[in-house]
Design a protein around this ligand. Structure first.
Ligand code: CMC
Length: 427
């Protein structure tokens, strides 16, 4: 069978050039333009990479038109409903779900690796009070690289998996430390008896010494429903193919820098409002809108081309019909409304925005639908997680995705240093 290709004609000189089309197992095939410059002296111009595939990957698949998201071939809905976040981590790293023994060993290993080195602990004191936890988190993950400087042998799976397990295990602890430092509360190390997600909630909420709030009926406990909700949020954030922060992680990987520094760069990229920072902005925006009566005025501002106000939690570069993660979360939100005591005022405002936006020509014609960040804030608020921890929670969930992408980049013989070119328009 003849291989697929495309032929371009250069109208400047009539030359023709043929480029191979590389097939994808799902989704669009790609044109292999790697020799474009050598052949034609032209660069491909694509700011924001809207038409550029930067790598081949077998980790995550998104069909933006169908609203489909799969990790290692498994639909996100199945993972969110039937599997835990740790199973999802194992899946991403090992290309298959674990059996019971493997899951237990993985869980135990992560529990053992969750504590922070005492030296790293003192780093937090260098940050000012009220430091945003994302700034502290990114710096602490960079600092982590200085504690684990050994050369990584990419032919030794046990070695790079240990590196991956360590960062996944420590991220919730670092995030909790960053948060507690921002409040001036003594930090607490993880409890080996607690699961990944329960441990994180405990490190956020517990009093120094690890005990929970004391009420008339004794110490408050973390409820199973809360753990389930947060675990699902972690699963939904675990990976999302070549988004901005993952691209940053791969680009840093391409220079040969330490993997934890690559992750720290990913954290920095995620912080922005157009990316992971949107979850914090959604709740801030709902609070600013204040009541259902004010929604119309804000929708008007969002549609005004002369106003840079955007509806946070709306729109996505890839999803053009719906964000499947948002649908899972909306269902979870409805299921847990009573059990979690979700904030009804914010939910009413959110429901009104959603109703208008889903029917308004401005949003419909631009394919602007609620994304994952539109729903996470309301659930996280009910879990007593403060706003400035929303994006760190995204980080905790996404760490496995970043490190899996880092490994894939390192193992890919076609990987090269990321070095785009430019169209020079200066003097
Ligand atoms: N509110 C109002 N108008 C919007 C919005 C919005 N949230 N998003 C896009 N538009 C308009 C935009 O003004 C443009 O209009 P026009 O064609 O008239 O100039 C059109 O829609 C296309 O927007 P774009 O900025 O070219 O689209 P993009 O694919 O480059 O950006 C986005 C995608 C997510 C950055 C953008 O939709 C946005 O800023 N959304 C709000 C922030 C947000 O919720 N981010 C979380 C993304 S999901 C979680 C994650 O992956 O991190």
């Amino acid at each position: 069978m003849q291989k697929k290709s495309i032929t371009l004609t250069d109208n400047r000189n009539g030359n023709t050039y043929t480029y191979p089309v590389l097939e994808a197992t799902r989704g669009p095939d790609v044109v292999d333009f790697r020799t474009l410059f050598k052949d034609t002296g032209l660069f491909a111009y694509d700011p924001g990479y809207t038409s550029t595939a930067s790598c081949s990957s077998a980790i995550t698949f998104i069909d933006g038109a169908k609203g489909e998201l799969r990790y290692r071939g498994i639909p996100i809905e199945t993972l969110a409903k039937e599997h835990s976040y740790l199973e999802t981590c194992f899946l991403l790293l090992n290309e298959r779900l674990p059996n019971a023994d493997e899951l237990q060993n993985f869980d135990l290993e992560l529990r053992h690796r969750a504590f922070l080195h005492e030296g790293l602990r003192s780093l937090f004191a260098a940050f000012p009070d009220n430091a945003h936890p994302m700034a502290t988190l990114s710096a602490a993950v960079t600092a982590l690289a200085s504690f684990y400087q050994e050369h990584l042998d990419m032919n030794n799976k046990a070695e790079y998996h240990e590196m991956a397990h360590r960062i996944i295990a420590k991220m919730p602890t670092i995030a909790a430390f960053a948060y507690r430092h921002s409040l001036g509360i003594p930090c607490i190390q993880p409890d080996i008896d607690l699961s990944f997600t329960e441990n994180f909630l405990t490190m956020i909420r517990a009093y120094p010494g690890g005990k929970m709030h004391l009420g008339p009926h004794g110490h408050e406990t973390i409820r199973e429903v809360e753990v389930r909700a947060l675990d699902t949020i972690f699963t939904l954030h675990a990976d999302h193919e070549q988004n901005a922060s993952t691209t940053v992680v791969r680009n840093v990987a391409s220079t040969g820098a330490h993997p934890y520094v690559a992750i720290a760069s990913g954290i920095a990229a995620l912080w922005g409002r157009a990316h992971g920072g949107a979850n914090e902005s959604v709740i801030a925006q709902l609070e600013m809108i204040g009541s259902v009566e004010n929604v119309d005025a804000f929708i008007k501002r969002a549609k005004d081309p002369d106003d840079d106000f955007r509806l946070m939690g709306f729109g996505h570069r890839v999803y053009k019909n719906f964000d499947p993660r948002a649908q899972v979360l909306k269902t979870l939100q409805d299921e847990l409304k009573e059990e979690l005591g979700l904030n009804s005022r914010l939910m009413e405002i959110a429901a009104k925005i959603e109703e208008i936006a889903l029917n308004d020509d401005y949003f419909v014609s631009r394919h602007l639908y609620p994304n994952i960040d539109f729903y996470t804030g309301i659930i996280l608020t009910a879990l007593k997680i403060p706003k400035n921890m929303f994006t760190p929670i995204f980080v905790i969930g996404r760490t496995v995705g970043w490190i899996t992408q880092w490994i894939e980049f390192k193992k890919d013989p076609e990987s090269k240093i990321a070095r785009p070119r430019q169209r020079y328009i200066g003097d």
